[in-house]
Design a protein around this ligand. Sequence first.
Ligand SMILES: [Zn+2]
Length: 372
Amino acid sequence: MEAHRALLISLSKDECNIDYIKRLISLTNLAYRDYEVWIPDLPKTMQHQLQNFKNYIKNLVFGTTPKRWFAETWIPLTTLRIYTNDSMKGDNRAPVVLDFRSNVIKLRQVCRNKPGFVVTVPMPRWVIDRVKEGGDVRFAMIGLKDGEPYLALIAEREVAQYTPSEYRLVVDVNSWKYGISWGLIRNGRIVSYKQEGLNLGRYYRLYDEVIRLGKKYGELKRSGLHRTTEGRKLWRRIKAMHARLYAITRDKAYFLAGKLVRKALKYRASLVIDDMTEELRRELLEEGLPRDVIKLLISNLKKFVHQLETLAQWYGVPYEFRRLYSRKCPICGYELTQKDGRVMVCENCGFKAPRDLVPIYWATRLYNSTEE
Ligand SMILES: [Zn+2]
């Protein structure tokens, strides 16, 4: 199986001409729709990229299929890799050169429509790590995200899933509000279990502050003072806090996905993911959380699941998605009753467990009975 991982690198606006990239994006769109895009004033290398990219577009992971006209299709680019022993792989005329001898990436004529124009960026640690793991960066893409130029590197690796041991790592995607819970199970027993929470206190404090400053900015705007030095400063502060709010949960998502995949590798466990993101959205709405907060929590939760799946594929961890119950008794199947402190109780057989542990109990039952 071929596994992919991608990395985004922010490019400097001074070095990358936004209008040129926009133009390349439109041309990519046209080429994708079978139009001839021989534009005389473009460098030959770029013309070849645009003309030929259909041959390798299926190799790309970035969802390049334009769904509508004027969609912002990123421009796929071939790469040349030069390794420390001077060996080379790829296309000599490729616009993206990964030079492992001097640890730089060179972008040739991608950032400006000027012959011989080269932008050099430092080689990210990420690329070196992926190559060490047996990966290769055959393709890159350039495009705009929120109006800023970015280079995307796509690492690919041929990988075979390992044969799992008796261990299973069950991951219950709960919500960032209560955290993610996971359990390592073996032969119908829970070997270890943990609930990975998020420090929501800090999160809410930041959120309240963003709301408060937003109101203040609104007042400035109404009195026409938002373009003053003070107004602009306030706006920048709001934006920075918003980014931090987002980063807290996103970083946690990436950290946890990495940790869980390492755990699976350690035990050669297979991974069982109970993804109930959609139910959660409803649950959080019922609890009356602000919509912005829900949107942020859900989006990062989706990122967590996506990253978990990406890493599992990359490292050959066998995995499956499986729905596990949290409201039904794993012993007798009776409907559970929720008591204070998110404790679930079975009125029929006396089973009692924290709500987030119930799916793990279900997993021990399901996987035990299917194997015996
Ligand atoms: Zn029961």
